[in-house]
Every structure is written in structure tokens, then in C-alpha cells.
Ligand binder design. Sequence first.
Ligand SMILES: C[S@@+](CC[C@H](N)C(=O)[O-])C[C@H]1O[C@@H](n2cnc3c(N)ncnc32)[C@H](O)[C@@H]1O
Length: 197
Amino acid sequence: MTDVNSVAYWDATYERHAREGTTAITVAERMPAWQGLLPLLPGSGSLLDVGCAGGEFLHFVRQHRPRLELWGIDHSAVAIRLQTEPSATYLCGDGVSLELCADETFDVVYSGHFIEHVADPTQAFASQLRVLRPDGLLIVLFPHGDGPYVEHVWSDLTLDTIAGWLSEAGFSDFGCLPLIEGSPVDQAVITARRRSL
Ligand SMILES: C[S@@+](CC[C@H](N)C(=O)[O-])C[C@H]1O[C@@H](n2cnc3c(N)ncnc32)[C@H](O)[C@@H]1O
């Protein structure tokens, strides 16, 4: 059996969805969270979506932020081939090291339902800190208090868990949005800033 969370696993998942005409991401389930974080997004500058899948979030953002430069990174080439937002730039590579991304490049780094799949979240957040411009904004959307799930390395995540990882990675100035309940799991959004020294 293919390792869960490996590139092969995600490629096979997205290939199956493409074959069956379904989507790995149910946009309707994400929508209440995406609507909630929209006011946080600037009108211009650049945004990176880490674990962007087929660019569904980027497509949503484009409808509301026509001047924002959009970037997405995912390790699944199959996901990226299914991209839904042609105005975005897609990178196929590791979202933990972000080795394809230069230092201090983005005004906003967003990840949605990504961090619970990562073995070393502190390393992932440290990379996100590195690619953010000084005073740049980090936005993390994650399933809140979700029980064990086959693809999740981490379960029962809370705002405190994520804030702990973010602190270890060097972030400060945390904020959160009201919990988004249901649809179908509770979702939470935590924000942080890369502060200039
Ligand atoms: C559960 S999906 C979430 C997709 C989307 N962000 C959303 O909100 O639904 C997790 C995504 O992260 C990607 N992913 C997991 N580990 C990764 C890694 N180390 N580097 C890059 N992408 C990764 C997977 O390929 C998958 O597209």
C-alpha cells in the first residue's frame, strides 16, 4: 500500500477523483471559512497557498482580489494539472521546506487543511516564516478538534497546539477568527505575523 501523505498517495487520490468526476476538496465545505478570512486579505501584493491542491482557494480569492498576485505550491503534479485558477502561478514541490521559494517573497502565506498532514509542523512554519516578507501575514486554516483520520498525522488540533508550533517557528502576534462549526468538521483560523527585527 502507498504511504499515506506521500506524493504517490496524493497523485492517486487526485487521479481517482478526476476519473470519477468528483473533487478531493468540497468547495462548499471550505466556503464558510474562506468567506470569514477574506477581510484579512490585502488588495495587492502576493499570496502563496501551501498545499494548494487544484487551486480552489486561489480561484475563490481571484473573484474578490483581482490585483493580488497568486501562487500555489503542492507536491502532487496531478493536483496541479487539475488547476482551477489560470491566473495563478503553480509550483510542484515540497511545501514543508518550500525550497522552490525565495526568502521574503510573499505578503501573505496561507495554508488550508495542510498542517495536519505534516510530520514536522514547526519546520513547515519556519519555512513559511522564511518566505514571508517582514510584517507579512500567515493564515492557517485547520480542522479543529477532529478525531483520528487516516490521512492526518495530527488529530484533536486546537488553537493552542498550532500557536505552540508557530511560536517555536518564530511567529508572534497571534489572532484567531470565530470557530466555524460543522461543514462537516469544525474549522479554525489562526493568524500570525512575521515581525521585522
Ligand atoms: C487535505 S489536502 C488540502 C487541500 C486544500 N488546501 C484544501 O483546503 O482542501 C492536503 C494537500 O496538501 C498536499 N500536501 C501534503 N503534504 C505536502 C507536502 N509535504 N508538500 C506539498 N504538498 C503537500 C497534498 O498533495 C494535498 O493537495
